[in-house]
Design a protein around this ligand. Sequence first.
Ligand code: GCU
Length: 616
Amino acid sequence: MKPLAAAVRASVVFVGLLWSAPGLAAPTALEFADTRAGQSLDGDWHVIVDPYDNGLLDYRNQPRRNGYFRDAPPKDETDLVEYDFARSPTLKVPGDWNTQRPELLYYEGTVWYERRFDAPKAPATGRQFVQFGAAAQRATVWLNGRQLGAHEGGFTPFAFEVTGQLRPRGNSLVVMVNNTRRVNALPATNTDWWNYGGLTRGVRLVETPAVFIRNARLQCAKGDPRHLTAVIALDGARAPATVVVQIPELGERVSFQTDAAGHGTSTFEAAPTLWSPEAPRLYEVTISSGEDAVRDRIGFRTIEALGTEIRLNGKSIFLRGIALHEEALGRGGRATSRADAEALLGLAKELGCNFVRLAHYPHNEEMTRAADRMGLLVWSEIPVYWTIAWTDAGTLADARAQLAEEIARDGNRASVILWSVGNETPVSDARTRFLRTLVADARAADPTRLVTAALEHHPAGPDAERIDDPLGAELDVLGLNEYVGWYDGLPQKCDTLTWSAAYDKPIVVSELGAGAKAGLHGGALTRFSEEYQADLYRRQLAMLRKVPAVRGMSPWILVDFRSPRRPLPGVQGGWNRKGLVSNDGRKKQAFRVLRDAYRNLGNPGRVPKPSRDGLR
Ligand code: GCU
């Protein structure tokens, strides 16, 4: 294995904290980073596009002594230095590089990012960290020419401690970002979305006291809306410490002791107004210990699967959903901001949704926080997508690390109800073993939520399909991707097709759909016409109404999105056209079909009773 790859893998392995299953790499990111003292390093960063990794490797493919990470301009006129960040072009952070410069649209490889910043004198006993919201798909980081570490995975946060390493002025932060697709990476080499590269989420210098609250989870105990459980991990503790949890609006003030390692938990009675899509009630919460105090806005709810029902706050619910990629509406490229999130989720609300599937990787935190505020339940997923290197130990470690990082980041988001460990992964023993490990990790790291995956299904006789994927036995909710009427026959096939499952569990139809070019019209059998897509939705909805165990759906997809697998000239042109809305915001006929169907489900409070005829 190449030294760089080895370095990248090695750096994700840290001593396990409470936040991850035993023996699992512990996430490095700090929770509450955005509300802590510090400074944003977002903005224009100088960049060098480096397709040959010239900034790192010499002609022997060995790490250079004076590579770009040194960020050292020539000492004098005789000094040969063949790069200069200060005179190099810039790219915006956060943001992907593909949509910022036309010549980078298809670029896969390395881009070096450099940012100079002054660091005001930090309190003598304090600590400093550099935190990245995400870097796609992997990053190695240097501060003032010294390597801090590396991170694999393009959709989760990570941080490095830089205490004592900062200069008052002119600190050099250099990040080697690489988005080369690899067979043993996650995702692997074959996906149906654009391989955006870059510092796609914010960068921040974060200050903390010597002992600080690294992670804090406050949620309802599983199935028990009358008790809240606080789980705390302090960083830097050398002795038991007192932690105080306050929820002023509930008049709650609870204090408890951690153990000497700074880990502590407390369960206490409380009577919050429970969070739901109709009433997304969030509470101001303050958690303090010693010199440290953090704040968050948290909603409290319970989520369970019982038989074929999904129960939110003890009541059966139907998930009226839609799937979406993390692409900014109109502008295209990675969505990054609060406004981007609200624009996308606003469309989902307009569709009558109470649920969204954020596919196929953890979206940025603005998205899950907006879902908390706007009242949308969330399916969140790590990019274990299609075929990956199931027997590669490094790939499994990456998957486990990305899952732990996702759960640590969004563990307090009431909106997030489902952790998905995979999408359309072909059944094999090695695959099922791999995914079983992730299911166990998710349960260990977060016993309060449901675990799912988008499963395979197989013909079970003429006009019959069955979900009998062996992984179904491990899951709380069965995800079903089916394209009856698009990849599988014509829409009429829906009229007679029946569905069954080998497990008495709720089914969420995590994908269904058809392509349509906005404004392209024709008969109901004209591929890519709006009429075809609308007709398919009508027939799909009628088919699924007959399946009692179908307790939710997230049709594919809210908005057309970029994909290098979609070249059809004049129709796709590099876009997957299964959106109900075009990438420039035009609603297709099927948008109204689904909206009306969701509206017919009656007022948001109406819950279809699981009965012989299922979705009524
Ligand atoms: C798959 C896959 C999606 C893809 C979709 C499609 O089911 O999960 O990522 O975009 O099908 O073919 O449009």
